[in-house]
Design a protein around this ligand. Structure first.
Ligand code: HEM
Ligand code: HEM
Length: 193
């Protein structure tokens, strides 16, 4: 048994939630960008003979974006639960743990990338809730703004990890670690196939 059922379920739910969070960020920065949409609203309304200010156009554009962005928060709650569950698994799970020193240089690098990603995910969950509830926890707007900047910066780490990780496991599976991806689905090591 390489990965237990609990661990595999965690991995795939976590993958879905993180891809979902990335999708909400993508939409916020592209099709639902309030700046772009405010311009569109203003010009199209002007063509129809309705003049509105850019400030009002931004209010409308943000209102259109709001329903989509709620999913960032909903998925944010899901991520927080998955982080807690991963901590629980860290202490109780029987998935095969290899001794770090016995690994090849390549596998050490892969493991380090997982540690970096775990730390980043933990930070995203804490900072995300801190900015979402900044008033409730008595945080100043400026401080919340500073945390938001780091939250937005750390997003880049996730953005880089996801495609590298997917490409990495595909290449490893195709080259020397045949069945690596199935081990994350069926939990069996090569010897048990
Ligand atoms: C947003 C997407 C994803 C995230 C955040 C993610 C995260 C992770 C993490 C943190 C680990 C390390 C588990 C550990 O040993 O502690 C891992 C392992 C793994 N993931 Fe993903 N994953 C994602 C998507 C995928 C996808 C799409 C695939 C398959 C195509 C995949 C296949 C694997 C495999 C095969 C391993 C085991 C690799 C190894 O033993 O080094 N992951 N993933
Ligand atoms: C992997 C996880 C996450 C990623 C990659 C991520 C990414 C981002 C990015 C890039 C932004 C800035 C958007 C912009 O201003 O253009 C943002 C904002 C935000 N995120 Fe996250 N986030 C994650 C997790 C969370 C979690 C767990 C929460 C908790 C509820 C959260 C709550 C927020 C809030 C409240 C904002 C500020 C929105 C605003 O200023 O209106 N995020 N996130």
């Amino acid at each position: 048994m390489k990965y237990t059922l609990k661990f595999r379920i965690w991995h795939w739910l976590n993958a879905i939630v993180i891809l979902g969070l990335l999708a909400t960020v993508f939409l916020r920065k592209t099709f639902l960008s309030y700046k772009t949409n405010a311009e569109i609203l203003m010009t199209k309304l002007s063509d129809m003979g309705v003049e509105i200010t850019i400030e009002d156009a931004k209010i409308l554009a943000k209102a259109i974006r709001a329903g989509m962005w709620e999913w960032h928060i909903i998925l944010g709650y899901a991520l927080a639960f998955l982080v807690l569950y991963r901590i629980y698994l860290f202490f109780t799970d029987k998935s095969k743990k290899e001794d770090f020193n016995s690994l090849t240089l390549h596998k050490k690098a892969v493991k380090i990338s997982y540690y970096v990603v775990y730390t980043t995910i933990l930070f995203m969950a804490i900072s995300g809730f801190a900015i979402y509830f900044y008033k409730e926890i008595g945080m100043s707007k400026e401080f919340a703004g500073a945390i938001k900047n780091i939250h937005e910066f750390a997003f880049n780490i996730i953005m880089i990890f996801v495609p590298l990780h997917i490409a990495g496991v595909i290449v490893a599976d195709a080259k020397e670690e045949h069945g690596l991806i199935s081990t994350m689905i069926n939990g069996k090591t090569k010897e048990n196939f």
